[in-house]
Design a binder for this molecule. Structure first.
Ligand SMILES: Cc1ncc(C[n+]2csc(CCOP(=O)(O)OP(=O)(O)O)c2C)c(N)n1
Ligand SMILES: [Mg+2]
Length: 304
């Protein structure tokens, strides 16, 4: 059994490598598909580097679930969504909610590389008085749409957000990312039933389908399968995609709203801890802090 000390090692922040994240911003207008994918791939690499450094320096975090969702966040924020720092006050811009709020560091690093947060602020993650808490707070960060962390709340909020957009006749779309373990919370299914019933076409629910939750495989806890059939039965348009393939994700998000007029559910097949050899699909890395040697190895693997 790991002790509390193993999970939360005492760390000297000065001893941890700390990049100054370059603000890459959105994929430039007019970029070819190859250029767009290359931009997203490089952004995701930089964000993973900074994320693991933050987890090591703070001695807390959820690096496995962050590495599974980073490609989805990067694709949304740097290309797919109609959302940028200049658009924050625009009522018709797209909305994003990270329902799996424990992956907060992945959201903060993505917001920083997209220009919503100064990169230096990332160094305050989890420190006293920081705005960058262990779970995202909408009262502290302008770009955070909903405070999340208690699983099963973000999707219901997103359904309300999408419903409001429909009532306004606005073109804005609402994207929400849930964990797959999170879908065991009944509140999600109540929200999905409402979304399907009211044909909230501008809602896109992305399931980070990494097949692991905290301490166990989802299938060994409360199996979700047949997940696609269940979502279809709730009147959603279901798409399955490799959640680490930026080009494929771009194609899927470009189809929201779906021609059918139904809300979209994207089952994004991912690997928890991707692409780090010792973390990938390893349940131990849900909430574990890497040693200095493990950070060095992960950074080396991200260069390769
Ligand atoms: C209501 C609630 N219960 C328990 C937790 C503690 N918790 C945080 S993450 C997690 C597992 C989530 O698994 P999953 O949704 O699959 O996330 P991922 O694999 O993407 O990290 C749990 C149980 C919580 N945050 N909220
Ligand atoms: Mg999971």
């Amino acid at each position: 059994m790991p002790t509390e000390e193993d999970l939360v090692p005492r760390v000297d922040p000065e001893a941890v490598p700390s990049d100054t994240l370059t603000v890459l911003g959105r994929v430039p207008a007019g970029a070819t598909r190859e250029e767009a994918v290359a931009h997203l791939r490089e952004a995701a690499r930089l964000v993973r580097r900074r994320d693991i450094q933050m987890i090591r320096a703070s001695g807390l975090g959820h690096v496995g679930g962050e590495f599974s969702v980073i490609d989805i966040l990067i694709t949304l924020y740097l290309d797919a969504m109609n959302m940028s720092p200049e658009l924050l006050g625009d009522p018709d811009r797209d909305r994003f909610i990270l329902s799996k709020g424990h992956a907060a560091a992945a959201l903060y690093t993505t917001l920083a590389i997209a220009g919503f947060l100064p990169p230096e602020q990332l160094g305050t993650f989890m420190q006293p008085l920081s705005q960058l808490n262990g779970h995202p707070a909408r009262t502290k960060i302008a770009a955070v749409e909903a405070s999340t962390g208690p699983l099963g709340h973000g999707l219901p909020v997103a359904v309300g957000t999408a419903f409001a957009g429909q009532l306004d006749g606005s073109p804005r779309r609402t994207f929400v990312v849930t964990g797959d373990g999170e879908l065991q919370e009944g509140s999600n299914w109540e929200a999905l039933m409402t979304a399907g019933n009211h044909r909230l076409s501008h809602l896109c629910v992305v399931v980070d389908r990494n097949r692991l939750q905290q301490g166990a495989r989802v299938a060994d806890t409360n199996d979700l399968e047949p997940l696609a059939d269940k979502l279809r039965a709730f009147n959603l348009e279901v798409v399955e995609v490799d959640g680490h393939d930026h080009g494929a994700l771009l194609d899927v998000f470009a189809n929201v709203p779906a021609a059918s007029g139904k809300p979209t559910a994207v089952i994004a097949h991912t690997i928890k801890g991707h692409p780090i050899s010792f973390m990938s699909d390893n349940v131990a890395w849900h909430h574990k802090v890497p040693s200095a040697e493990q950070v060095a190895q992960a950074l080396a693997e991200l260069e390769a």
